[in-house]
Write a protein that binds this ligand. Sequence first.
Ligand SMILES: [Zn+2]
Length: 408
Amino acid sequence: MKRISPSVRAISLSKHNMSVIFANIFYNGPITQREISRISGLSFPTVASNVSMLEKKGIVEQSIESSSNGGRPSALYKCKPTYRYVMGIEAEHDKLHLIVSDLMGHTVNQRNVSFHKKIGKEGFLNLLLRELGNEFSNYKEGTAKFLGIGIGVGGLVNPEDNTVSILSHLPNWGSFLLKDIVEGEFHLNTSIQNNSAAAALGELWFGLGRGRKNFLFISIRDGIGMGIVLNGELYRGTCGTAGEFGHITVDDHGPVCGCGNVGCLETLTSVPALVRNAKKLITEGVTTAITDIAGGDPDAITFPVLVEAARQKDKLAYKLFTDAARYLGEGIVSLVNLLNPELIIIGGDFVQAGDLIIEAIKDVLTRQALELPRKRVDVVFSELGENASALGSAVSIIQDFVSSPLGR
Ligand SMILES: [Zn+2]
């Protein structure tokens, strides 16, 4: 058996101490050195010398507040949020949402880049690398200012080999190693995951999921995705595909879904489903103000038009939302009965219609869910907006940094 030399052991022990001390500052700060010593069991001189090293490097700073329990006030230390930034991107099938965030999840910059759905794999990769390069060039230190890049993709990500398979929206792309491509270009730590799973992490770290142990994040846009947090950690499933809530069957005679099945939840409750239903019913002659609100052009009927019509008490628009909410509510009943979450956060485009759907969802829950888990669950709408997934994509980059602030 290979023996570890005493000097190697001393280095790994000192790295371990540093990581424990910085984790205390990052997660529990502002905090005094004495408190870190108490929580970690490390001696005060060890804590003091490590904190001093972190402060010299600009990774931690003294907080303006100070702690006093009668004697001389003690300095409080916290992570300096702007020491480095992280890049977070959500890649949807027709849009990149890109954000630059500091270490505490405060957005430094954010922007959207639209692209055509038929851009193809090469076109998409070229665009992604170009936009990342453009963003890095905005900072005088370039990529050196950044700890890494997190990307949330609207597809399946295999956690074992990091291959990405883009789902039905982008057929024939095959699977590919996005992580290797991006790391090869920018030489920065890169993390890839499913966009809904990433959004759940965003909520856990920076949103309404903070401090919660068991919650679900449901994103409703062109499809429905879900991120599952159990015991304070993201649950990914056996091969990383957990949370495909949009593909549970809610109507055996419903429309055909992109997955090949019939009557999946997202064929009845999603942005395209509502728009498609509105157009179909208008063609059949149902009286409504929707077309007028769309400027008289049925092709101009969009999701925001339907929200506006429902707010103006248009009967058809209102019914479209309550029907969609009922299907969604039925799906949520199963989730509540199965997983007993304390919180369900709804995100994505349906947040705009929160006031139009919440009562119908709660009504279904009251009637159909088991009483005990139903009484302990709240249904809320995300406050992170379109940033949830991009922010959450970068969480693992920040976690890596916390465990090794001076590098590996
Ligand atoms: Zn489906």
